[in-house]
Structures are given as C-alpha cells and as structure tokens.
Ligand binder design. Structure first.
Ligand code: AMP
Length: 389
C-alpha cells in the first residue's frame, strides 16, 4: 500500500536537452524514485547522454515547438538544461505543465542586456554596459568605456562565442559588421584577478541555498578547472555568497542557477552572467557535497526542502575536452589514482573542445589542500587525454 502511494505521488519529469547536464539530472532523478517515476528528454542527438542514462527521448530540435508542446503534455514538471530555448514557446507550454525556472525568468536571463539591466536595477554589482543599436552608437558609447571593451551578442552566445574584444578604434567597423545585424551590447572590460562562481538554488517555496564560492580557470573561453573552494580571502567568499543569495531572492526562479562572477584586483565582486540551470562549475558537488547540484535542482523544482550545501572536502574538477586536430571515436581514458572520480558523458565522438567528461579529485583525508590536488592533477592529466580509438 505504502509503495503504491509513493508511485502514485511520483511525477514524470521532462528536460529540454539531454546532454551531460540532462544525463546527470536523470541519474539524480533515479535516486529519488519516490518523487520522480520517469524522465523524458527532448534532444536532437540520437541516443543522447541522458537517454543512455535511462531517460526516454523525444528526438527533436530544442526549438521545435510541436515537440516541446508534446513533451509538456506528457510530463508533470518541465525543466531545461540549455538556456537557448524559445521562452515564448515555453510560455505556451505553461498551460500544460509546471515549468521551472519559469519562462519569464529564462526570458530575462537569455538576453545578456536584459539580464544585466535587471541586475543593475536590483542593485547587484555588474560592470558598466550599454545597448548598441548602430555603428554610430558604438563609436559614441565606446568613448565612455575606453579600450579594451567587449562587444557582445545579446543572445545565444556562451563560452565566449559572440564576444569581440575591442582593442582600438580601427577595429570598430569590422567588429560591428562581424555580428551581421544581431542585437548587441557593449561592456566595460574588467581586469579581473579571478573568475569565480556560486551555484545557488531556490525552491518553489522560496527557500534559498548557496554552495561555497569556487574558482574557475578557463582556456580559450571554455571552463577547464574548478577549484572548490575558491582561493580568496574569507570576506570575498562571504560577499560572493551574499550576492548570489540576493540574486536568487530577486530573480524568483526555482531551480539551480550558476552565477558567474569576477573578483576585481581590489577584491570587489561583479556578476558576469547567470546560467538558469545546473552548471559545469558545480560538477564538483557530485563528490564534494552531501547534495549534488543535480539532486538540488530536482529538490528545488519539486518544492522539496533544499539539501545541505556545505563542502565536505577540498575538491578540484578538471574538464576532459576533445583535443584539437582530431574528430572521431576515441578511447575511454582510465585514471588510476585514489579519490579521483572519472565521469564520462557517453559521447561516441570526440570533437575539438567538446566536453567529453570530467574528473573530480577529492582531498578525502584533508591532507593535500588545493595545491596538493593541483599537483596530483598535473600528474594524471595525460591519462585523461582522449586519444583516437
Ligand atoms: P561570457 O560568455 O560573456 O560569459 O564571457 C566569456 C568570458 O569572457 C568570461 O568568462 C570572461 O573570461 C570574459 N569576459 C566576459 N565579459 C568580460 C568583461 N566585461 N571584462 C573582461 N572579461 C570578460
């Protein structure tokens, strides 16, 4: 009887996007059978990572309106692992099912100009920025910011794609033309000393929790290493977590959010951008925390109490990216080292810079510290390098 009631109460979860984030959400859902009975993902790649982890798959483009409405009609609760979805279609789907984070929150976040305007209006710290509507506009507004400055596409731009670093006035015309008419914004350059992020959650009842701030090291604009916790003075850590908490409070979204920030040379925090989803810089939580960011996201959208976000041990996350100059099937790496957790995403082909997996190195007996973990990483990195099969 008891089991029957649990199964009846369990909900069907839909996820737009079935890549590695959808895969790890699916895996987390499987540990909560009393709350989630089934996962259905929408993804254009046959046998996407989430499907390999046991999700049912609707094979369709992320922006396919009919497929999104079909998914919405088949699930009790809908979420997404990509932020480029069509928020107006999601708004229509809201009549069929609960969607979190809400299409309204997504609409604000997925336009970098709307997002920064919202943050500035909410008294949250961001660099100076301006809307750019013509080449003349750019020529005029850059005089306020000076060089370098960043010209950014407002939408569908991530991992640095869609950003143009302007270094001199001679580049303005070319830079402007290279965006081929896309809506643009201009940002003052931040000479940051570190990039950090806070993974934050807000549940449907308004409860908020933040994980400790982590340090992010990028290569070619793609996240390469996350260090948990960030090597910053305790006041900076407190500021970052406070800012993340306030962001969640004003945003009103339910779910896990990745809040990327800069630490300036004088130890001030500026928000760079928010991802309305589980985030690569939160993958360390799979081992470093009692509640992974994936379970936390599900708890948040289901309206359950949020889990503990304390860091159990220093942890370093290393992204396994497809090496440059090679595309095709690759050999699975094997890592032979203690307290080192390799997670591959089940993608059959490597492509340059493609995220194929990650490793978490955990200081389980609290003897190594961050520097020790980084030394260990240096010694195993080569084993993690995907090679042609
Ligand atoms: P984005 O896709 O806008 O998050 O930018 C990708 C990367 O570009 C960030 O992780 C930063 O390294 C860099 N970046 C973005 N905006 C700025 C800025 N205003 N000043 C300096 N660097 C920036």
């Amino acid at each position: 009887m008891h089991i029957l009631v649990e199964v009846l109460l369990a909900q069907i979860l839909g996820i737009i996007g079935g890549g590695q984030l959808g895969m790890m959400l699916t895996e987390a859902a499987k540990t909560m059978p009393q709350h989630i009975s089934k996962v259905i993902v929408l993804d254009p790649t046959k046998e996407c990572p989430a499907a390999k982890a046991g999700a049912e798959q609707i094979l369709a483009d992320f922006k396919d309106k009919d497929a999104i409405l079909d998914l919405a009609s088949r699930v009790d609760i809908l979420t997404y692992e990509i932020e480029s979805g069509d928020s107006s279609v999601l708004k229509m789907a809201e009549s069929k099912t609960a969607i979190n984070p809400s299409p309204e929150t997504l609409r604000t976040i997925q336009d970098k100009y709307l997002q920064k305007s919202f943050l500035r209006e909410s008294d949250l710290p961001v660099t100076d920025f301006a809307l750019i509507e013509s080449l003349d506009d750019l020529k005029h507004k850059i005089s306020d910011f000076g060089y370098p400055a960043l010209l950014k596409a407002r939408r569908d731009a991530y991992d640095g794609r869609g950003n143009y670093k302007l270094k001199a006035s001679t580049e303005l015309e070319n830079a402007y033309e290279s965006f081929a008419g896309k809506p643009l914004m201009l940002e003052r350059f931040v000479d940051f000393r570190m990039e950090v992020s806070v993974i934050a959650a807000r549940n449907t009842r308004g409860q908020i929790a933040t994980y400790p701030v982590v340090e992010n090291i990028h290569e070619d604009n793609i996240l390469k290493i996350t260090i948990a916790p960030a090597r910053v003075p305790s006041q900076v850590a407190k500021d970052a977590e406070k800012i993340a908490h306030k962001t969640m409070a004003v945003l009103h979204g339910a779910g896990v959010f990745g809040i990327e920030m800069f630490v300036t040379p004088d130890d001030k925090i500026l928000i760079n951008e928010i991802a309305p989803r589980v985030h690569n810089s939160g993958h360390h939580t799979l081992q470093s925390s009692a509640t992974s960011q994936f379970e936390q996201h599900l708890r948040a959208i289901l309206g359950l109490d949020l889990g503990n976000t304390g860091l159990l041990h220093h942890t370093v996350m290393y992204n396994i990216l497809g090496p440059s100059g090679f595309q095709g099937r690759y050999k699975m790496p094997h890592i032979a080292a203690e307290n080192t957790y390799l997670k591959m995403y089940g993608k059959t082909e490597s492509k340059p810079q493609r995220k194929l997996g990650h490793i978490n190195l955990v200081d389980a007996d609290d003897t190594k510290g961050t520097e020790g973990l980084l030394e260990m990483l240096a010694s195993i990195k080569e084993q993690a390098r995907p090679t042609p099969a």
